[in-house]
Unconditional design. Sequence first.
Length: 352
Amino acid sequence: MADDRVSVEAKAAQRETYDDRPIHAEPGELPPEVQAPLAPFKGAEPPAPQWFRDAIAHAPERRFVESLGSRLEVLTWGEAGNPGLLFVHGNSAHADWWSFIAPFFMEDYRVASMSLAGMGASDWRERYSFADFAEDAENVARATGLYEGGDKPIYIGHSFGGGQVFHTAVQFPERMRAAILVDTGFGGPPPEEIARRQKEAQRVANIPTPDRGGRAYPSLEAALARFRLMPPQPAGNLFIADYIARRSLKPTPMPDGSGEGWTWRFDPHMWAKLDRSAMSPPSSDGPKITTPMAHIHGDSSRVMERKKAGQPSPFPPGMIEVEIPNSHHHIMIDQPLALVAAIRALLAAWPH
């Protein structure tokens, strides 16, 4: 119903209001449009423009690929035999974060988007590591025909997924033709995310191991109202945030036995199980980077704030940097068409 929706003008007003508020506020101090951007819709879907509806109408083939004893969720578009593109999402995300981006490349490429182990519909593991994620990506690329075009695939990774792409590019350059990193930084999550994870770990510490899932919500509306982005930022396009949030959830029994509720699909203990040694920037005497790399980032991104503050970066000198105006960290939500255009331009003229 119309009363359940937020008008385009109201959304614009929210973004203008947010501009004057501190982006580094503690979670409890965040403005409502950042803390709970989907709450005003009360479970209804925000109106979406035609380009978005056309993009998601290209439904991918959904399948699972076996890797290291786990079933990994994989979405594919385009014909096998075309050059391969592999999209990798960020932390606690899933393959559908690329479902409205990938169709723009399906005519010329064989495209795959994978859910990393412990995220999306992929299996959870007892331990996670960058080395295993690299093996998973290679197994997905082989299984989905990304090599059948006669060349190695190009990897495209956002945030934490960009870290996986970078690690694979350095350790296994023979597996990819080039790497496109999307707003990727190093050194771990921001302090507010670490605090949130510690709080959640304390909450479930006394829950029996087989039942240690994430927080359960009594309704889809209640779950959507809790969705927010990390690091904290406005949800630039609410229809995209809603699309992602709905596919971030799965049914679950309520702990009190009151019926079926909803919970997040990612492993809430992934961070505690992760070998984070590969997250630190490599030393100056580390392996030479031979894989062609490019980095696309938002002009208002927390990642770039860290870089400007002097945080060490392992990126090779002279690497192509593309800045997307009016965008925070989650560029595919803030400026999806600009992201598509940037990737298209890189693929058309690079790598040589």
